[in-house]
Write a protein that binds this ligand. Sequence first.
Ligand code: BDR
Ligand code: CA
Length: 313
Amino acid sequence: MGAADRPLLLLDCDPGHDDALAIALAARHGRLLGITTVAGNVPLERTTANALVMCEVLGLDVPVHAGSPAPLVAELRTAEFIHGASGLEGPTPPAHARQVASNDAVGFIVETVRANPGEVCLIATGPLTNVALALRTAPDIAQQLRAVSIMGGGIPWGNVTPAAEFNILVDPEAADIVFRAGLPLTMAGLNATHQWMFDETDIERLRAGGGPVAQFCAELLEYYGNAYARLGSNRLEGPLHDPLAVLALTHPALVTTTPYHVVIELTGTHTRGMTVADLRGVARAAPPNVEVITTLHAGAATGVLVETLTSYG
Ligand code: BDR
Ligand code: CA
């Protein structure tokens, strides 16, 4: 695909190891117009600093706009137990002098979508706070977005609780706004991302084939894989959650999706933050509002990831 044919992308994220890899994929396979940050894996100050670090590591000339420091209603919960204190533990971050372009991620999303009607694909790999605020501020953008691809939820299971996945559980009220907005929405949930695991062999492929970017990413994956090992897998491996939300847009042939009506549970005693999909079949369900990724070609997806990271040199 020629550079001009690549999709226009906005990436809203909370880096985070897997968000960092999502940035690398989005910058290579799309025309990345900007990165917006949100509080999630670690507080906003850290996710923003980590987005700037990844721009430096990857040599990107892409503006970073800081966004929401807290969910719409809930108290912020974070995931240092996976991503470490900085949110990007593992490799040593390079020194740099990069600064945020603004602290108005929501305004940047709205302006960018309105300036490119029907063209912008929005990828969200963190809690959906910024996206919900953008839709609340400017409901017209729902009709102007070409696509929205999120990492979040799981059908029918969670990771922070049995029912709820981290990104949705951090800000369920935001997710509720996004899922009810009538968007061209694709969901990379845990049911899909756990079909795409990396392991030590993939880390070795990065180390063997690449330059400094691949080395940096290999160290990211090593830290992240060890965190999952401590959680119970007992082996160096992990799910490639956030990269899948990018590939669903840039390499759609790698995934298959099924349309479902999905709602966000806001009040359940044990199920707050659950993505409740109506699996009963079209005759009984409300009209679908989400294309849920149900299967993917994991080996080919890993090939794209390794090739992309090693291509940075
Ligand atoms: C999601 O939570 C975060 O820890 C990851 O970055 C990913 O976006 C997985 O539940
Ligand atoms: Ca994330």
